[in-house]
Design a protein around this ligand. Structure first.
Ligand code: ADP
Ligand code: ZN
Length: 329
């Protein structure tokens, strides 16, 4: 999707006349003007709101600043927000759209690989609380997701790899063919349009089948139970994708040990992640990670549903008690 046409596309779904584009300081100089111009050319009054880059901006403080900005304009119910940026901008803007005037439209324009293949799809929006990440949020489906993958060209290598972890995840949980592409092309950049489309299709399908996250959507958590624990243990020094990569390798190892998948399957997952340059070492004790997992918001009573591979391209849920979890880690 070319940025030039976003104005026209927005015209078809936004009945009001005003749009606020939310972005961050890194994305602003790269892409804000062209999107604003297209929206203006389609006849909208366009405003922009820029946040500092990084997770700290997913705060109650920035959220309220944004809402107050919208109210001052004032934005009406018929107007819309555009989230131009990575997962941080997308989550914050999505949550603002979900709650401002009890809900206005949001158009997601993801500019990181992670946001393109994952966070922009599915309608989960959130900000962080002191007690943890994403603890205040809402389900609010975007009215439109505008994917211009050419924006990924300016993404720093580190951010690119961060998103690749989720790409690898889709291969394991749902698509052996995608896996083959990833395995055969270690320099997969030329294959990215196909790869991204496959990931988007998988996530869209899974979310469609389980919008409110009570069933199959849990498969998207492959590598995430351990990954989140690692992220937290590192005080978020290790970013999401890198932690999830470690978590995927680890749960694969455990699954092979428990006989839930073959050793070959676990080895292949580790191998592919290493081929891409992921550091799979874990510098935290099992006890520390276990304690963090127990405080996970997704835990149900005394059990945890682990996503385990059966084979490449197919995962399932394995319910374990917290006691069992402690033993198998
Ligand atoms: P994520 O999408 O991984 O959740 P962020 O929203 O924090 O993470 O984005 C990661 C970083 O990449 C931020 O510093 C952001 O400003 C920057 N960024 C986002 N999109 C681009 C892009 N297309 N080109 C360069 N930098 C970008
Ligand atoms: Zn993730």
């Amino acid at each position: 999707m070319q940025y030039e046409s976003i104005g026209e596309a927005a015209r078809n779904i936004v009945s009001g006349n005003t749009i606020v584009v939310v972005t961050d300081e890194n994305v602003k100089p790269l892409y804000l003007d062209r999107y604003m111009q297209s929206l203006k050319a389609a006849g909208f009054d366009v405003y922009s709101f820029t946040i500092a880059p990084g997770e700290e901006s997913k705060s109650g403080k920035v959220y309220l600043e944004l809402l107050n900005y919208l109210a001052e304009i004032p934005l009406t119910r018929a107007d819309a927000l555009v989230a131009l940026g990575g997962g941080v901008v997308g989550d914050l803007t999505g949550f603002a759209a979900a709650t401002y005037l009890r809900g206005i439209k949001v158009i997601q324009v993801p500019t990181t690989l992670l946001a393109v293949v994952d966070s922009s799809i599915g309608g989960k929006t959130a900000i962080n609380l002191e007690a943890g990440k994403n603890l205040a949020g809402a389900f609010h489906q975007p009215a439109l997701i505008w994917r211009d993958v050419s924006a990924l060209d300016t993404l720093p290598e580190e951010e690119y790899l961060n998103g690749m972890a989720e790409v690898v995840k889709y291969g394991v949980i749902a698509d052996a063919e995608l896996w083959k592409i990833l395995f055969n092309y270690v320099n997969v950049k030329n294959e990215m349009p196909v790869v991204i489309q496959k990931c988007v299709d998988i996530k869209t399908r899974i979310v469609h089948d389980d919008e409110f996250d009570t069933g199959v959507r849990q498969l998207l958590n492959f590598g995430h139970t351990i990954g989140h624990a690692i992220e937290k243990a590192s005080n978020f020094e290790i970013s999401h994708g890198f932690a999830v990569a470690k978590g995927m390798a680890e749960i694969a190892r455990i699954s092979a040990e428990q006989g839930w998948c073959s050793k070959e399957c676990a080895d292949e997952i580790r191998q592919l992640l290493e081929n891409y340059g992921f550091d799979l070492s874990i510098d935290y004790s099992k006890e520390e990670l276990y304690d963090i997992m127990l405080s996970d918001k997704k835990r149900k009573g005394g059990v945890i549903d682990l996503v385990v591979p059966e084979r490449i391209g197919k995962c399932r849920l394995e319910r374990v008690t917290t006691q069992q979890l402690k033993e198998i880690l």
